[in-house]
Design a protein around this ligand. Structure first.
Ligand SMILES: NCCCC[C@H](N)C(=O)NCC(=O)O
Length: 434
């Protein structure tokens, strides 16, 4: 159980910086839609293919990256990821060809995938067990600063120095991050007995299978899957058109509500981190609590005749803002049900869950909207019907979540830890108190 030192904070700080820069590179095309359409002579459909290809690459790389980080350690993989993203941004800066831009975004998705789970892998090596859930939450939250940097500053850079200089600038930031990571990050504290294993590839394959077999890893995967997608789909793509076209909100209000989502997460993250650290045997109850609130609020908004009143919608936004912090609880399952030698693989498996669910939902909502309103003139009812696809994803996720929780609890019981159903535990605690 390492105790955090100044060095721990330095290593983690540089890791968080690398993650924030990865989020910046990830979102750096979102404010450049119009200049991108002009430069590559493409339409909105091709532009969304860039985004989907990048996200597919991100999700597909989670398991290979998990295996790599277990073999080579976070320091090398994060630095390599920063360089791959830098190569993608440099290509985007100079190409005029849509195919070149597509390759560039695939490179950014690949490098991005090499960052977050590797930064998470540093945390248990450098901090004490009780600090890990909170530091994990802070990592997710602080990384979002990268998204802020990719809005107004990037718009100004595109309007000023222009496309090539802006994306070459983004590439140089990537190179700088790689140098900083190599200089400051160490996989484990000096003198630590925990080592990064560079075993055979066969061993790496076995570790991957073992992490997938561990019920706790799959519990983390389904926790991430079920809690992340609804908020992510809303924040990433469909929330803004739902609010402006469907509900008729002015753009400033819609933008303000999306900003509120980010701000609310800043409060929810540390609270969830503390609860996770304090009640490690009740993490799945936290997940179910978030799910009940999310599904309940969506049901109210979707069933409301016409547009739900603004205060009701604000409650939905507040509940949705738990998507990042809630999904981060999934990583805690991976950590506590796996030995550190295969933590990277387990974290990669978990992180795939939410992104696969989000991509599927983004895609299906788009298809349903196109079927309902071919000319793109969507109504509130079209949006409501399309958003109903979320129930399919929740149903699938919740069945899997309950099944893997049973398996994980059975494993804990075999090891001597019995977990009462929550109402029994609350009743027992109440009796003890009184
Ligand atoms: N705005 C995105 C927040 C997602 C946080 C989340 N828990 C997560 O899995 N992040 C992975 C990443 O690479 O951002």
């Amino acid at each position: 159980m390492p105790r955090s030192t100044r060095r721990s904070w330095l290593v983690w700080g540089v890791g968080v910086l690398a993650y924030a820069v990865a989020v910046f590179q990830r979102t750096s095309l979102s404010v450049a839609a119009e200049p991108a359409k002009e430069r590559f002579a493409i339409g909105a459909a091709m532009l969304s293919i860039f985004a989907v290809a990048q996200l597919i690459m991100y999700a597909a790389m989670q398991i290979p990256v998990g295996v790599l980080v277990d073999r080579f350690g976070s320091r090398l993989v994060i630095a390599a990821g920063a360089l791959v993203m830098a190569a993608g941004q440099a290509l985007l800066a100079v190409t005029f060809d849509p195919a070149g831009a597509l390759v560039a975004r695939v490179l950014v998705g690949t490098g991005d995938a090499m960052t977050f789970i590797c930064v998470l892998r540093l945390i248990p090596a450098w901090f004490s067990v009780s600090q890990v859930p909170i530091i994990t939450q802070l990592t997710g939250l602080l990384g979002q600063a990268g998204q802020v940097a990719s809005t107004i500053p990037l718009v100004a850079a595109l309007a000023g120095p222009g496309w090539t200089a802006t994306y070459l600038g983004a590439a140089s930031v990537g190179v700088l991050v790689a140098v900083l990571v190599l200089a400051a990050v160490r996989n484990v504290p000096p003198g630590s007995t925990a080592h990064v294993t560079v075993g055979s590839w066969r061993q790496a394959g076995n570790d991957l299978i073992d992490s997938f077999r561990a019920p706790g890893t799959r519990l983390g995967l389904w926790a991430h899957f079920t809690t992340q997608f609804s908020g992510m789909v809303f924040a990433l793509l469909w929330g803004y058109p739902f609010m402006t076209i469907g509900l008729g909100y002015p753009p400033e209000l819609a933008g303000g509500l999306l900003t509120m989502m980010v701000l609310a997460a800043v409060v929810i993250g540390p609270v969830l981190g503390r609860l996770t650290a304090q009640f490690p045997l009740r993490r799945s109850n936290l997940i179910f609590g978030i799910l009940i609130a999310t599904i309940g609020m969506w049901t109210i908004v979707l069933l409301w005749p016409g547009a739900a009143p603004l205060p009701v919608f604000v409650v939905l936004i507040l509940v949705l803002s738990a998507y990042g912090p809630g999904s981060a609880v999934g990583f805690d399952f991976a950590r506590t049900f796996n030995p550190s030698t295969r933590l990277g693989a387990a974290t990669g498996i978990v992180n795939m869950g939410g992104f696969v669910a989000s991509l599927t939902t983004i895609f299906v909502i788009g298809v349903v909207l196109d079927l309902l309103a071919r000319g793109g003139a969507y109504t509130l009812t079209d949006f409501k019907i399309a958003f109903c696809f979320q129930y399919v994803v929740w149903a699938f996720g919740i069945v899997s979540l309950r099944r893997t929780r049973r398996l994980a609890r059975a494993q804990l019981a075999a090891e001597g830890t019995l977990i009462d159903p929550l109402p029994h535990a609350i009743a027992r605690r109440w009796r003890q108190r009184h």
